[in-house]
Design a protein around this ligand. Structure first.
Ligand SMILES: Nc1nc2c(ncn2[C@@H]2O[C@H](COP(=O)(O)OP(=O)(O)OP(=O)(O)O)[C@@H](O)[C@H]2O)c(=O)[nH]1
Ligand SMILES: [Mg+2]
Length: 304
């Protein structure tokens, strides 16, 4: 199956949740109050979130008035364009400036951090980069073993610490090894337990300090991994991490098993941080760079 076909099939549940948007367009209804209310209702049900829905629909109503649109198909066409530009932020792609580049992966329990690192290591390996993964999740017993399996599959170097050791010291070991082994990109896996905000901040700050000292710069990327199936709950988590550390991008996982794909729009609205990758399955090749245009097409396109 082509990549677009795969994306389309992964987003099937979300597309079904939004299929009424297409129905609204095809009905060529007048742009009366019922129309706007129905559009809002569909978007809220599809996890766009109330504030984001109101923002998008509010702006659309103003344009509709200015352009003297009469029918729902015109408004819906513009709506899709608006969502697409909403999802398009500068720096949409992975920035790997320094050498070795350092990518710190954060997020709550079970959001898909380790899996995402495995997939990302694979993607970068395929691009000919020398990749190292570092198991700075020293909290959960099987965490390092799980990452070791991914490292092997992705043909990446692997560094771990002792269980229960200080994550920052594992980061230190990883960065030293990366320099010695002439690695291009270092991906750092962190523990996902949801701590208090203060603990979270302290731990992330400490890792940042080590990275800055050892590599001479802040991490090239700090990516927040968010479980797409949690819908609106993902927003409050994302806010917490965004306050604890400066995020450069978001990865939304498990889009293949949720109808809540609209949450991407709410996340971008809440954080103003670009979505850089989406996870659309458990397989090693099921992480892809996020492309707003392809995403919108797959989310709204009527079935062929
Ligand atoms: N369907 C689907 N499952 C995914 C995806 N990404 C991750 N998963 C699954 O989500 C579960 C948790 O993934 P992990 O990578 O272990 O999550 P984690 O954030 O590292 O978890 P902790 O280390 O416990 O915090 C696993 O069963 C993964 O296979 C995805 O894009 N689609
Ligand atoms: Mg993990």
């Amino acid at each position: 199956m082509s990549w677009l076909g795969k994306l389309r099939s992964a987003l099937g549940l979300s597309r079904a949740a939004l299929s009424r948007v297409e129905t609204l367009a095809q009905a060529r209804r007048p742009l009366d109050r019922e129309f706007w209310e129905e559009l809002e209702e569909i978007l809220i049900a599809a996890d766009f979130g109330v504030p984001t829905t109101e923002k998008i629909v509010g702006a659309l109503q103003i344009v509709a008035g200015q352009e003297l649109w009469r029918r729902s198909d015109e408004a819906v066409a513009r709506f899709k364009q608006d969502v697409r530009s909403f999802l398009t932020l500068p720096d949409q792609h992975l920035n790997l400036r320094s050498r070795p580049s350092v990518v710190l992966i954060v997020g709550v329990n079970g959001s898909g951090k380790t899996t995402t690192i495995g997939k990302l290591a694979h993607l970068l390996s395929l691009q000919g980069k020398r990749v190292m993964v570092v198991a700075a999740d020293t909290f959960r017993a099987a965490a390092a073993e799980q990452l070791a399996v991914w490292a092997k599959r992705a043909r990446a170097e692997f560094v771990r610490g002792r269980e229960g050791s200080d994550p920052a010291s594992v980061v230190y070991d990883g960065l030293s090894a990366a320099k010695a082994r002439d690695v291009d990109v270092v991906l750092i896996d962190t523990a996902g337990r949801l701590q208090t905000k203060t603990n979270l901040m302290e731990e992330l700050k400490k890792m940042h300090r080590i990275i800055e000292r050892e590599s001479g710069a802040a991490p090239d990327e700090t990516l927040l991994v968010v479980d797409g199936t949690t819908g609106q709950n993902a927003i409050s988590q994302a806010r917490l991490f965004n306050e604890a550390t400066k995020l450069s991008g978001v990865v939304v996982t498990k889009l293949d098993s949720t109808a809540k794909g609209g949450v991407l729009v709410a996340i971008v609205d809440a954080l103003t941080v670009p979505i850089k990758f989406i996870g659309i399955g458990e397989g090693i090749d099921e992480l892809r760079p996020f492309e707003p245009a392809a995403f919108i097409d797959a989310l709204f396109e009527p079935a062929a």
